[in-house]
Design a protein around this ligand. Sequence first.
Ligand code: PRP
Length: 180
Amino acid sequence: MNNDILKTLYSKEDIQTACKRLGKEISTFYKGKTPIVIGVLKGSMFFMADLVRYADIYMELDFMDVSSYHGGLSSSGEVKLVTDITKDVSGRDILIVEDIVDTGRTLKFLMDTLKDRGAKSIEVCSLLDKPSGRVVEASSKFVGFEVPNEFVVGYGLDYDEKYRNLPYIGVLKPEIYSTK
Ligand code: PRP
């Protein structure tokens, strides 16, 4: 698997440093509150797990599975709710945890959905932000790294469902996806 990676963008250590910083920022922002932290599956699974352990506040955890890429390289444009959260978000402070914001479609869908359900506040923490990919307006309050316009995998991010278990974030060799 490691042989398919052209270069490392963020090492394990870089990621932990970012998680620690974001955990502190979140603790300050939500001091005295108990937000519902919603991890967006499957990409955010490792980030969510690391991030919340660096935050020293009360919080409730939930997960939502939405899908947009369908295993390919670029977003199809359609966002589907695959698995819903279990909690009532009405009147609650919500923090959405994403691995990456690219076109912004997933985030817009999530924010619209949670707003419709009466959430009191909705903020976003994204490990990666790719502003060059944006198609709809969507922004994260808490961002780990701004990434260049390259296809990144690892630490939850996949290509064709693979590479999620890479412990770092890297750029895939072009021959891996051009031969498919
Ligand atoms: C990826 C990623 C984000 C979304 C970002 O999820 O995890 O949720 O795409 O892209 P966007 O800003 O263009 O909407 P994906 O739908 O691939 O599902 P996954 O998390 O299971 O990989």
